[in-house]
Design a protein around this ligand. Sequence first.
Ligand code: ZN
Length: 182
Amino acid sequence: MSLIKAKIVIVPLGEVDMAMVNRLAGSLGNIFNRGVDILKGMRMPPEAYSETRSQYYARVILTKLERVKANSRETVIGVCEEDLYLPKEHFVLGYADDLAGTAVVSLFHFRSEFYGLPEDDSKVYPRLYKEVIRQMATLYAVKPCQNPSCINYDSDDMIDIDNKGTRLCDICLRQLQQVHAV
Ligand SMILES: [Zn+2]
C-alpha cells in the first residue's frame, strides 16, 4: 500500500459557484487528513436529466464521476447547482456510492431563494459543507448518525442541517479512525 494517502477530488458540475467549491477544497482535507484537488469542470450529463421531473438522476451522475478516478482509492465528489433525484425520492441533497468511492451534492435546496427567502450566503456554504461531510462519511464506511449535533446526523431537513455542528461526534470519529487510521 502506498504511503501517500489517496486524494479527494472535487469535480465542479455545470455552472456551479466556484467560490463555494474553492472554500470546500480548503476545508475538506483537514477533516479527512487527505490532499484535495479540484478537477476541471464537467458539464451536467444530459442523459441524467429527466424531462418529466426537471431533475437530474443522481446515480447516472455518479457513473460519470467514476470515470475521472485516477486510482481505485481516490474519492470523487461532484458539486452542482441542479436539483437531484433518486427514483423513490422527491429529491436528494446528495448521494454517495461507497463501493465506487463517488458522491454528488447539490446546492439547489441549500439556497434560500428555493424557500422564497432572500439569498443568505452565510447559510449556503455551511449547508454544503455539512452535506459533503455526511456523504463522504458514507464513502469512508461511517454509518449514518442519530446524534442531532453531529455533522454526520442523518437528516434532509434544512433546520436540522442548520442546527447540527461542524464536527464528527466521538462515535463517528472512532469509526473513521478504525477504518482509515486518519
Ligand atoms: Zn456522529
